[in-house]
Design a protein around this ligand. Structure first.
Ligand code: PNS
Length: 169
């Protein structure tokens, strides 16, 4: 399972609006299993995210600036097509709880049907992140709750700035 440069590459796709420490945990675990893990942020015009795709990519790049095995990229269209273009043979996804399982299994099996040579690897984050999602982090933060330790410090900083911009507007 390696590309022509003999590298084992995995793609970790998602929305990442914004990156949480649960995502960071999965990326670090993936970086331990593969030569390179590509954090692939979906360009999705249907969603109205809090952070633009460029902002999300920039935050992720900053968080992993010292980690040569982690690359951050954007993609649109079919995930398996993007994975193929990148020479990846695996798709990494995090599995927090049983409630995630049904959707993840559907995606994994659909992706396998589309591209049988790309394997999905489901990984469990640390227990302390099993209840964490970008959506909940944004909601708690916007209502004044603390999310310290649940998102990277720089993401917390950007959320503070974004909230201030919204309140000033
Ligand atoms: O962070 P998310 O929103 O759970 O990520 C979902 C994502 C980006 C992995 C999924 O929507 C996706 O792969 N979209 C790309 C389009 C595609 O390939 N769809 C078929 C998946 S079976």
């Amino acid at each position: 399972m390696a590309n022509e440069r003999n590298e084992r590459i995995a793609v970790y796709p998602g929305t990442f609006d914004p990156l949480t420490n649960g995502h960071v945990d999965i990326i670090q675990r993936g970086a331990g299993l593969f030569d390179r893990i590509v954090v692939a942020i979906l360009v999705n015009p249907d969603k109205s995210p809090l952070f633009t795709i460029e902002e999300r990519a920039e935050m992720a790049r900053e968080v992993f600036a010292d980690e040569p095995r982690v690359e951050v990229d954007l993609f649109e269209g079919l995930l398996v097509e993007y994975a193929r273009q990148r020479g990846a043979h695996a798709i990494v996804r995090g599995l927090r709880a049983v409630s995630d399982f049904e959707f993840e299994m559907q995606m994994a099996l659909m992706n396998r049907r589309l591209s049988p040579d790309i394997e999905t690897v489901l990984m469990m984050p640390a227990e302390s992140y099993t209840y964490l999602s970008s959506r909940l982090a944004k909601e708690v933060f916007s209502l004044g709750g603390s999310i310290h330790g649940l998102v990277p410090d720089l993401v917390e900083q950007r959320l503070t700035e974004r909230l201030r911009e919204h309140n000033d507007a």
